[in-house]
Structure formats: C-alpha cells, structure tokens
Design a protein around this ligand. Structure first.
Ligand code: ZN
Length: 60
C-alpha cells in the first residue's frame, strides 16, 4: 500500500483548507417547490429536475 512518507505541516494543511474556503458554494432554486438544491441534481424535497418529476422515491 502506498503511504505518505511524511505528515503535512500545519501550514501546508491550513493552506489547502484556505483554498477550500474560497470555493463558492453554488445552489439553485427548485422550479417546482422553491427548495435550495445543487445544480444538475434532482430536487431532494420533491424529486423534480428541469420541471419534470424524475425521482420516484421523493415525496411530491
Ligand atoms: Zn423541489
């Protein structure tokens, strides 16, 4: 199994996490129920995607 030879320093770890904090979290509104959902994903609340019911498991 490949293993890291050395632990990353605190500075290196924090620098990595600093760039993650800058990443903009993108969300869109569901066109059916108005819930906040991720783009290109079916709505978790009502199962709609692009105005169509696609997820049978979700409660409509
Ligand atoms: Zn919805």
């Amino acid at each position: 199994m490949p293993n890291p030879k050395r632990r990353h320093s605190r500075g290196r770890r924090d620098r990595r996490r600093a760039t993650q904090a800058l990443t903009h979290k993108q969300y869109v509104r569901c066109s059916n129920c108005g819930a906040t959902i991720k783009p290109h994903h079916a709505c978790q609340a009502c199962g709609h995607y692009r105005g169509r019911q696609v997820d049978v498991g979700a409660s409509a």
